[in-house]
Design a protein around this ligand. Structure first.
Ligand SMILES: Cc1ncc(C[n+]2csc(CCOP(=O)(O)OP(=O)(O)O)c2C)c(N)n1
Ligand SMILES: [Mg+2]
Length: 571
């Protein structure tokens, strides 16, 4: 039976019919996509209800951007596309930021948005929430598809996997009716969304030859390596080489930060002094100073790059040994080709790196134990560092400027994919969405360490956390502002642009929704409150009062602020 409307169908046929609502649900379920993060409204409210009734977990957020960040990180954690569901125009745009973020970070995600009447939108006749969403989405993700016919839903969902993809679902699609058996047959189960991509054996040999020639090798692990879930092979490979390794922030824990080869605490030394750098699932973007400049020192350097994306090769500097394939297959190929006889990295180099690391760790240790009131970053982070050491299954979510940069350095991570943060863009606002999805997808409790500004971008989702009763402990590093709380505007009565209300009590936000709120003014308060939260698994928000003068402008990346040439001349 061709598509039609329910009106056209004889009532007696109803059980032999299906509709767009159910076909989308069936297509998602068939492909094992069992969780939706979204915000309801026309035209997708009933769809959400029906999805919930059909056994899909539907988590309703307070803002689509947060639902989108949840979907994005769900994709990262599970290797299956996270689904974000929104209404048209404004809801779509709110979700689109997250889809763009997911695409930039190579997280699989599908944004599904309802859209208005095609005929009216295309003639720009002013429909309810009118917008040409498809055209806008195309520039922001890998692909964007619109589904006009119920019988195309199966193929459309299949094409969208694994993302980052936008699926445009016009309101009319949901109500379209077709024969149930034909509908079932129209569904497509994706057999292998990300097939193994075996690297060319010659590229593997070339990479190993370069690595073998190194006097001062360095392995850089990126979040692509963490995403691959090839944890054992990666660890075996790194250990076989004996080389120091540097984890990018979301790759921390792939091997424990306390591993003897970890060079996290000797970052500037290894970047400067290494002679061969093997990048595994890490890109040579701004986060690594594009592989050049003063951070990388003067000594000539050879780069080996291992990545699934051929376009990453030679993106910023020459890659003398490109290895293209999925990280799991590449690392396994290295292990196979290395055989039993691989000379460990020169001891002179590994000892030098270890000495530098121990020196830096020792330098930091007393600062982490300080009991200053108000707390500074190190005093507060020292507490959280110990808690994560004692509870290594806890997932750490982290955003802010100083709160991010200092926590990344201070808090050791012991297991893969236990640290989630602002990603490639350094985006604020991922906090509560990531916290919610991280516990929903893994069942582990979450510790979200948030700058007070960063928290504000998604703070309303504490209601969502309370509503679903999620084991999330939010610690707001309340230094009364962006970077610092001490800025003064001398031009008029308005506050400076970077400061917030003095003495704000973020803990009361959590209490407003039935969660636990704690105001922590000392490291001891903080320790007690976080331990209680992780023990009880009750939604908790701790307002950690931080010295407003403790932070620095833009955290560790102040050098990226533009300076006027004029100002320099005058100075
Ligand atoms: C979406 C977005 N908007 C704005 C910024 C600019 N930004 C970078 S860090 C930051 C907030 C830093 O303050 P806070 O979170 O309180 O951390 P602190 O340094 O005070 O510890 C802002 C607004 C951004 N990175 N992303
Ligand atoms: Mg702040």
């Amino acid at each position: 039976m061709p598509e039609g409307t329910a009106k056209n169908m004889a009532a007696g046929d109803a059980q032999d019919l299906t509709d767009g609502f159910h076909l989308i649900i069936d297509a998602l379920k068939l492909n094992g996509l069992a969780t939706i993060y979204g915000v309801p409204g026309i035209p997708i409210t009933d769809f959400g209800r029906m999805a919930q009734a059909a056994g899909i977990r539907v988590l309703s957020f307070r803002h689509e951007q947060n639902a989108g960040y949840a979907a994005a990180i769900a994709g990262y954690l599970t290797k299956k596309p996270g689904i974000c569901l929104t209404v048209s125009a404004p809801g779509f745009l709110n979700g689109l930021t997250a889809l763009a973020h997911a695409t930039t970070n190579c997280f699989p995600m599908i944004l599904m948005s309802g859209s208005s009447e095609r005929e009216i939108v295309d003639l720009q006749q002013g429909d309810y929430e009118e917008m040409d969403q498809l055209a806008i989405a195309k520039t922001m993700c890998k692909a964007a598809y619109r589904v006009l016919h119920a019988q195309d839903i199966g193929i459309a969902v299949a094409r969208a996997i694994p993302g980052g993809v936008y699926l445009d679902l016009p309101a009319k699609l949901f109500g379209q009716v077709m024969n149930a058996e034909a509908g079932r047959k129209s569904l497509v189960k994706v057999v292998d969304a990300a097939p193994a991509q075996i690297p060319a054996p010659s590229s593997v040999k070339r990479a190993l030859d370069v690595l073998k020639s190194a006097k001062r090798p360095l392995i850089v692990l990126g979040k692509g390596a963490a995403y691959a879930q090839a944890d054992d092979a990666i660890r075996a490979f790194v250990e076989r080489t004996g080389a120091p390794f540097l984890p990018m922030s979301m790759a921390k824990g792939l091997l424990p930060d306390t591993h003897p080869q970890c060079a996290g605490a000797a970052r500037s030394t290894v970047l400067k002094d290494s002679d061969v750098v093997m990048m595994i699932g890490a890109r040579l973007n701004w986060l690594l100073s594009h592989g050049k400049g003063k951070n990388w020192g003067d000594a000539p350097k050879k780069f080996i790059q291992v990545d699934i994306e051929p376009k990453e090769m030679d993106s910023n500097v020459e890659i003398v040994a490109p290895v293209v394939g999925d990280i799991g297959s590449c690392v396994q190929a290295f292990l196979d080709a290395m055989g039993g006889k691989w000379a460990p990295s020169p001891a002179e180099w590994t000892n030098a790196v270890r000495a530098k690391r121990e020196e830096n760790v020792a330098k930091m240790a007393p600062r982490l134990m300080n009991n200053n009131i108000p707390m500074d970053y190190h005093g507060a982070l020292g507490v959280l560092r110990t808690i994560i050491q004692e509870r290594p299954d806890t997932i750490l979510v982290n955003e802010g400027a100083n709160t991010l940069d200092l926590a990344r350095g201070v808090i050791d991570i012991y297991k893969p994919r236990k640290r989630l943060d602002v990603g490639t863009w350094g985006i604020m606002g991922i906090g509560m969405g990531q916290a919610i999805a991280a516990t929903v997808e893994t069942g582990h409790p979450v510790l979200a360490v948030e700058g007070d500004s960063a928290f504000g971008f998604s703070g309303m989702e504490v209601e969502t956390i309370c509503r679903y009763g999620l084991p999330v402990c939010v610690v707001v590093f309340n230094n009364n502002g962006i970077y610092r709380g001490t800025d003064v505007n001398t031009a008029n009565a308005d506050p400076a642009t970077t400061v917030f209300v003095t003495g704000a009590r973020y803990d009361k936000m959590m209490e407003a929704f039935g969660g636990v709120g704690v105001n922590a003014t000392s490291p001891d308060d903080l320790r007690r409150a976080v331990n209680a939260a992780l023990e009880s698994r009750k939604p908790t928000l701790i307002n950690a009062v931080i010295d407003p003068a403790a932070g620095s402008e833009s955290g560790r990346i102040g050098n990226l602020n533009p300076q006027s040439a004029l100002k320099k001349k005058q100075a």
